[in-house]
Design a protein. Structure first.
Length: 69
């Protein structure tokens, strides 16, 4: 069984773990191919309901809400 020769210091352990925080939250939204709004990658667009060029979720049109006012 593999055993470490020396103890890792607290600071070295912290530096190793600190590199993983950027993986948790990706902060680079992409634009939707249908409506152009900002969407996180690999997710359905909340504005129009499109994913990979197909309608996946039917979304209530904002035009009907604006027309009612």
């Amino acid at each position: 069984m593999a055993v470490p020769k020396k103890k890792n210091s607290v600071s070295r352990k912290g530096l190793r773990r600190a590199g993983q925080h950027h993986k948790l939250y990706r902060k680079h939204p992409m634009s939707c191919s249908n409506c152009g709004s900002h969407v996180m990658p690999h997710t359905v667009c909340e504005a129009c309901g499109f994913y990979k060029g197909k309608v996946v979720v039917s979304v209530k049109a904002a035009d009907t809400a604006e027309a009612a006012q």
